[in-house]
Design a protein around this ligand. Structure first.
Ligand SMILES: CC(C)(COP(=O)(O)OP(=O)(O)OC[C@H]1O[C@@H](n2cnc3c(N)ncnc32)[C@H](O)[C@@H]1OP(=O)(O)O)[C@@H](O)C(=O)NCCC(=O)NCCS
Length: 137
């Protein structure tokens, strides 16, 4: 089942993000940032296993007023390889469709699974852009 984030999910979500290499303190993805992004019109979709209420996947979609950005899209390693990511991708894109807003993402070029998945769901490669950030302004 896919549902929206609620604050009590946070500790288990962080655990999943660390396990899948998607989040750490350096990126600043704490509970306050998540909840602010939801107030700004984003969503954090949480895939749970109905029996046991275990969190097995997340898709965090932020909104900057112009576009949606897809972050922290992942499936728990114990549940990978079963096609579950397709359901999460469909739900994420359905949100963009509802909001009538473009949706953009960054993925490492060597992440073959994710690149293949995103292309299957209609994401088009934008070109050879380099990505820059100031972590500590
Ligand atoms: C990327 C990720 C979400 C895919 O989920 P998954 O459960 O492993 O993959 P699924 O079984 O749902 O397969 C979905 C698609 O991924 C691709 N895929 C899966 N395994 C693959 C492999 N070994 N090689 C290439 N592509 C593969 C295929 O396109 C597949 O589509 P198909 O079912 O039509 O073959 C998952 O591997 C993951 O969470 N990875 C760690 C976090 C991550 O890197 N997230 C992306 C950040 S941008």
């Amino acid at each position: 089942m896919i549902r929206d984030y609620s604050p009590e999910d946070y500790p288990r979500i962080i655990e999943l993000w660390k396990l899948t290499g998607m989040g750490d303190e350096q990126r600043g993805d704490d509970q306050q940032v998540i909840e602010r992004s939801l107030e700004l019109g984003g969503r954090l979709l949480v895939m749970i296993r109905q029996s046991g209420n275990e969190i097995i996947g997340t898709s965090w979609i932020t909104f900057d007023g112009r576009r949606l950005h897809l972050h922290h899209f992942g499936i728990h390693p114990d549940y990978q390889g079963q096609g579950l990511s397709h359901r999460l991708a469909e739900a994420s894109i359905a949100f963009a469709r509802e909001k009538k807003t473009q949706i953009k993402l960054e993925v490492h070029r060597n992440n073959r699974k994710a690149v293949s998945l995103y292309k299957k769901h209609g994401f088009k490669y934008l070109g050879d852009y380099n990505v820059y950030i100031i972590r500590d302004p």
